[in-house]
Write a protein that binds this ligand. Sequence first.
Ligand SMILES: Cc1cc2nc3c(=O)[nH]c(=O)nc-3n(C[C@H](O)[C@H](O)[C@H](O)COP(=O)(O)O)c2cc1C
Length: 168
Amino acid sequence: MSRPTLLIVYYTQSGNTERMARAIAEGAEAGGVEAPLKRVEECELEDLVQADGLALGSPTYVSNVAWQVKKLIDESIELYHGKQLKDKVAGLFTSSGTERDAKDCMRMMEIALGFHLEMSLVQPGLICLNGQPEEKTGDQCQEYGRRLARELFARRRLAEKSNEDTED
Ligand SMILES: Cc1cc2nc3c(=O)[nH]c(=O)nc-3n(C[C@H](O)[C@H](O)[C@H](O)COP(=O)(O)O)c2cc1C
């Protein structure tokens, strides 16, 4: 059987969120899933539909997501109507100057993906502070990637079990 796919979508300007995305991908791959990376500007709605799970990352900008990320979120209203992302695993991450503002940014992503799109959030989302030691960021991101991978496999097992129960 093919490996579950965790699509990692991010925006970055100065590289911090991209480093987080790459380390999350490493952790997720180590956990056994496929973890392709995509810059948000290149992400199509169909990419979200095709993936088993999504990890969405943005730098914290003025206590919110970057507009490039918000654009994709707004476009996803098309998928909201058909509940096409409902129950898919979703991870959230942000790189920020301060923890306080990062929490606000994270809340925006939680509302969009968890409340509106009804995705299954892997909480708490990951906040890394710009300026913290690189090794700490790498470890936190890899661990979050492994958590997302475990969640994807748990979902797959649940779906298989429910199929078996229907067949009985
Ligand atoms: C336009 C802009 C707005 C920002 N707003 C905030 C903010 O509200 N709070 C904060 O703590 N950091 C803020 N920052 C700092 C970024 O969140 C931080 O540098 C982050 O690591 C950038 O990520 P990147 O390297 O992936 O672009 C801002 C940076 C920019 C360029």
